[in-house]
Write a protein that binds this ligand. Sequence first.
Ligand code: NAI
Length: 484
Amino acid sequence: MTKIAVAKGDGIGPEIMDAVLSIFNAAKVPLEYEFVEMGKWVFDKGYSNGMTPEAQHTIESLGILFKGPMETPKGKGVKSVNVTARKTWNTYANKRTFQTLHGVDTVFSKAGIPIDVTIVRENIEDTYGGIEHMLTRDVALSRRFITRPGSHQVIKYAFEMARKKGARRISCGHKANIMKITDGLFLEVFYEVAKEYPELKADDVIVDDLCMKLVTRPDLFDVVVLTNLQGDIVSDLCAGLVGGLGFAPSANVGDHISIFEAVHGTAPDIAGKNIANPTALLLSGIGMLQHLGLMENASLIENALLYTLESGIHTGDFGDKSTPALNTTEFAGAIIGNFGKKPLQNAKPELHNIPSSCTVVNLDANAMMESQETIKERIVGVDMFIESNVQPEVLAKKCQRHAGVKFKLVNISNRGTQVWPTGSRFTNLVNQYNARFESIDGETLNQQDIIGLYVSLSGDFKICSLELLNAWGDKKAYSLAQGQ
Ligand code: NAI
């Protein structure tokens, strides 16, 4: 029997977790539970990461954590245990499934438009590294990392999941028309991976267009994979399409450890009253059973849940107000009573359990550090971010004096828009410029050349930051300024 770690959480957490586990027990789910200490009361005991060392050890040795919502104490300078867990254990893919639940009224369910969309969001990189600096008193910078191995991990997971799900289409949401290098890399990896899955229709959609299409024709989408921030926004949009966050399950999947939880919080306003809705946590639990290959148990429970919702049974937070609401325990009991029944719409096929494959990770050798790029890398220039409030022509003259024999000043931009050698006097300027220096005739430079330029420029300016301009062969590994 597979053993998993369970953290009941805070607020309504214990009530909804007990309800879900009672459903699992009635369905004879072949799992054993080891309860671990995580959440507010663990912070209060003095553990600054919100979990006891025993909890961490148990989760790391079992590999699966099923968790209720947890509260982060405010004003104590501690970080959310939910985020810590996702980052510490490298759960690089956030999977959220959104489906029409008959009985949960939305404009789409009323219009008879079925929704069954799975959003896979990259969970570690992007602006969520939180690497931010004030460069001048008026200019803030956030660094956005998109890496090839990080993109590959999450995209590969999305394709594997789509294949298992029997999906017809997988789409990549992105903004590569603007962020040509970062989102461009994500998109490039998407199409590389797509070649291994010829049976799936793979395409890409620009994220703003994706949002519009999801709202007008959600039934056209199946699996969508996105970078972190865009995925965060799009997944909440999809939650709205199917009735709100209360019906949104979530899986944070990694190679070694995966976390299954509901998206909603601890609902302190209704905690302890046994009236909370356990549906989102149950849907997350069903996702966990599927992840573990327990397809038979998953479809039995999911069909019973869908049948129960379809028959109009509800807790107090949704459904027909003219029929009495059930409390949490009664709602779980109603689902158990409906085992073996199938909903009229969206019934899940009865699948057989499949042995789950547990990846063994070699933590001594970090495979993500090995680059597959074989073409030699060359430094061909540098972007110097300079604090200055003089006009571009004045700045250019000064910069040119520092260029020496190895560099030429190619252009100057302000907030990404070129302002020298050509530009418009209508462009608003802030007190930080990017002066781009490239090597003369594309010669290869070294780091000492860059430092030499830095030292020279620093006699005249405060240099806030610099970025090397790399090239692989003839391919420039940096973007052009708007208007360049
Ligand atoms: P919340 O999701 O807890 O509550 C928002 C509203 O939705 C409340 O009116 C609540 O009663 C209702 N609600 C939420 N879940 C429900 C359920 N299952 N059944 C019926 N009604 C439900 O969001 P809020 O108030 O912003 O956060 C409360 C606490 O939860 C905070 O401490 C926050 O840090 C934590 N939180 C934890 C999360 C996690 O563990 N993954 C995620 C989001 C918030």
